[in-house]
Design a binder for this molecule. Sequence first.
Ligand SMILES: NC(=O)c1ccc[n+]([C@@H]2O[C@H](COP(=O)([O-])OP(=O)(O)OC[C@H]3O[C@@H](n4cnc5c(N)ncnc54)[C@H](O)[C@@H]3O)[C@@H](O)[C@H]2O)c1
Length: 326
Amino acid sequence: MTTYLVTGCAGFIANEVAAQLIESGAKVVGIDNVNDYYDVRLKEHRLERLQSHDADRFEFVRGDIENQETLAELFEKHSFDGVLNLAARAGVRYSMENPHVYMTTNAMGSLNLLDQMQRHGVKKYVLASTSSLYAGQPMPFVETLPVNTPISPYAASKKAAEAMAFAYHHLYDIDVTICRYFTVYGPAGRPDMCIFRFIKWIDEGTPIELFGDGEQSRDFTYVSDIASGTIAALKPVGYEIVNLGGGGTPVSLNTIIEMLEQRLGKKAKVEHKTFHKADIKTTSADITKARERLGWTPKVDLEEGIDASVAWYREHQPWSSELLLP
Ligand SMILES: NC(=O)c1ccc[n+]([C@@H]2O[C@H](COP(=O)([O-])OP(=O)(O)OC[C@H]3O[C@@H](n4cnc5c(N)ncnc54)[C@H](O)[C@@H]3O)[C@@H](O)[C@H]2O)c1
């Protein structure tokens, strides 16, 4: 049976990637340290979904990709057909408060995985990277743009991970696909990201904390599309960087707030804060390469995706509204 190592499997995106891989008939070994950057109840909830499968389809390791011994044991025990590395410290703003963990997990953790792959002859690596790297570049963002001026420790740590993956590709013929994701949202989404926070705040009548004037916009991408793109990225490519984004017109946070108000039947109260220096104003993905090389296009439009996100929140109340925001 084809077996993949999926890191960060209690996380928002890797959880969906693991679920889709299992659905397709593969076995998934998932690792996650279930850290408390955001409410661990949400991570445990996501894990339950995977743990409902038999042990021959899903195996969970509560462990840290920073720990070389843990990884050595894992690679000794299993023969992986590929590694999908999504475990990360992923919040842009928190990366200013605690930059060191970004380097130890995102850069060193990635190196630890590549090192084990090289030792055990594992030939396929998919790395989750980010549109944050394109800060300051002209839009739509295309993979050939230079990304040498990251504006947050988070983006800088992902740049390090990308560069190390190239070195391992060059030296050891590891086939690498770097997926640069554009603002991912959906059911059981991250409580540090705007859509989850806005749903909660509008629903409970708490003022929305909005950085800047709300006209900053994002190329929102639905989680199941991101997961299918990540799986398509398992295809042998040599070394490629591929954008996975909505590919349409970027949507402003003010528009998102209006869409949520309609669905929740409540008016948002908004509290404006200064625009954050580590944030990008607008993101827009050129997804031609993903279409041509991976045969991937996003399927779920924003209306449908927001419906599903609100529906998940409602279905899981009161528990979902009790989740703590970081
Ligand atoms: N969500 C987005 O919009 C977005 C955009 C661009 C890139 N990404 C990237 O996609 C990947 C997944 O992001 P997400 O939104 O699902 O975030 P997430 O925080 O929900 O998931 C990351 C998971 O990794 C785990 N983890 C962190 N450090 C670890 C370590 N040292 N060892 C083992 N596990 C560890 C966490 O516990 C968490 O469950 C990340 O690499 C992130 O940088 C996400």
